[in-house]
Design a protein around this ligand. Structure first.
Ligand code: NAD
Length: 503
């Protein structure tokens, strides 16, 4: 069966109307074979604006439904995702090129955040605060915020939507989602799955709680500029964030920016090298290097360099690259030709700066429009461009260090600040890495790689990664507005700070 045929069958099983999959000018390709698997109609700016207006009407009704009841809708969404995990996971593999366990893992992440949000729906609480005035009570209340705009990247085509939407929905918000133009089919599948949850929930769920906007960045810009969207959660490149951030600031809208990473790991003299090797291999080569948390820089102490790096090179040479749908390869394709060209350009530049490259060549598989590549390991004499920038492909730059301060300096000397890790059995080193003078990233791990975060923690990074936090911990607060309430239950009117104003 062709990939296009399998895609059509999966979409039908997931409940997507066949009519929307053809006749448009947005060609969707599977990176697995490079073939066109659908041609969707893109939305006009006017249609996108209308979708936001409709979602705003939905918000006005949804905000009045009690939080725990809103949680019930997300519980049903989690049930629907459990029931359709196999099909949706497979579709992720087809549309992004992820190996089966990673496609399924992405759907599991959606289920996990639904479970988290259901519990959260009974815990949207504020503080009661001591007041200086007698006969008064001061407290804070959290209210729904409005329409939440979600702009997502190709590499986590559905999980990012669920991180934002599960929280937004229990917080009493509606959602308008602009998925990547490279991965709109999984978005249509989520829309259909969500529609089933809404149907089971019944009449208390208004229409238009979720709207999906199909199109490229021009459609995303409608969300960014729309006055009825008080928060846009935008995931993608730092370039995209530089455009979206100032536009949101201009109209005083909130931004949750989840941008590029240039994540590093430090391997110290006391590291368990067997464990480090496995973590590095998954972090650097997994998802074909196309995770925002992919390990891109490895900073290795000179005393263990010659033990670790030859073993790593062997792992690079032996890793299986190939068709992810056949279930044997560990590394699938790059998303497209531009990603392949970007990788080759970075490798050439690295060589020009003295880098020694292992791997990096294209793997032919009989599909001229599919871009499979051997992951590349590059030994670099120093941390210069292209090491300092994110290239969204499987390239791991390896550098040596002598003392721990030098390793920390190298670690923090790049623009991005998403994820980081250290491999050590020395408690002083690990604690320093996690301390105020250590890693400057939003995620800092010990004896674990940089990728594969759980949903329970807040996810996001600093500096050019944008500063946003989504998913677990108290990330929900971004999706609500806080009101401080002071109630006077006395017969006097004492003013704060002892001010008197007697008339
Ligand atoms: P991209 O920036 O090309 O596109 C991301 C999304 O933004 C797409 O939906 C696109 O249409 C939209 N977009 C682009 N410019 C826009 C604009 N001016 N206004 C409104 N919308 C706009 O990114 P990509 O290639 O899809 O994804 C890869 C990048 O995403 C990498 O840099 C990766 O590190 C990053 N990423 C970050 C995280 C995170 O949580 N920090 C997660 C996944 C991916």
């Amino acid at each position: 069966m062709t990939v296009a045929k399998e895609t059509a069958e999966l979409l039908a099983k997931l409940g997507v109307d066949k009519a929307v999959l053809s006749g448009g000018d947005l060609q969707v390709r599977s990176p697995v074979t490079g073939e066109v698997i659908a041609s969707l109609k893109q939305m006009s700016a006017a249609e996108a604006g209308k979708a936001v207006d409709a979602a705003h009407e939905a918000f006005k009704a949804w905000r009045l439904v009690p939080g725990p009841k809103r949680g019930e809708l997300v519980r049903l969404l989690g049930e629907e995702l459990r029931a359709h995990k196999t099909e949706l996971g497979r579709l992720v593999s087809i549309e992004v090129g992820k190996i089966p366990s990673e496609g399924l893992g992405e759907v599991q992440e959606m289920i996990d955040i639904c479970d988290f949000a259901v519990g959260l729906s009974r815990q949207l609480y504020g503080l009661t605060i001591a007041t200086e005035r007698p006969g008064h009570r001061m407290m804070e209340t959290w209210h729904p915020l409005g329409v939440i705009g979600v702009i997502s990247a190709f590499n986590f085509p559905v999980a990012v939507w669920s991180w934002n939407s599960a929280l937004a929905l229990v917080c009493g918000d509606s959602v308008v989602w602009k998925p990547s133009e490279k991965t709109p089919l999984t978005a249509l599948a989520c829309e259909a799955i969500f529609a089933r949850a809404v149907k089971r929930f019944g009449a208390d769920a208004p229409n238009d709680l979720l709207k999906v906007l199909i199109g490229d960045r021009a459609v995303g810009e409608v969300l960014v500029d729309h006055p009825k969207v008080p928060l846009v959660s935008a995931t993608g490149s730092t370039r995209m964030g530089r455009e979206v951030g100032p536009r949101l600031a201009k109209r005083f809208a909130r931004a949750v920016l989840e941008l590029g990473g240039n994540n590093a790991g430090i391997v110290t003299p006391t590291a368990d090298l067997d464990m480090a090797l496995r973590a590095i291999a998954f972090g650097a080569m997994g998802t074909a290097g196309q995770r925002c948390t992919t390990l891109r820089r490895l900073i290795v102490h000179e005393s263990v360099y010659d033990q670790l790096v030859p073993r790593l090179k062997k792992a690079y040479e032996s890793v299986s690259v190939g068709n992810p749908l056949e279930g044997k390869a560990l590394v699938g394709p790059l998303i497209d030709k531009a990603a392949f060209d970007g990788m080759q350009k970075a490798l050439k530049e690295a060589e020009a700066h003295g880098g020694k490259v292992t791997g990096g060549a294209r793997v032919e598989n009989g599909h001229p429009d599919a871009y499979y590549v051997h992951p590349a390991l590059v030994e670099m004499p120093s941390q210069v461009s292209p090491v300092t920038e994110e290239t969204f492909a499987p390239i791991l730059y390896v550098m040596k260090y002598k003392d721990f301060d030098e390793a920390l300096d190298l670690h923090n000397a790049v623009g991005a600040g998403l994820s980081s890790s250290i491999f050590t059995r020395d408690i002083m080193e690990s604690e320093r890495f996690l301390s105020a003078e250590g890693s400057d990233c939003g995620i800092a791990n010990v004896n674990i790689g940089t990728s594969g975060a759980e949903i329970g923690g807040a996810f996001g990074g600093e500096k050019e990664t944008g500063g946003g936090r989504e998913s677990g911990s108290d990330a929900w607060k971004a999706y609500m507005r806080r009101a401080t309430n002071t109630v006077n239950y006395s017969t006097a009117l004492p003013l704060a700070q002892g001010v008197s104003f007697d008339i």
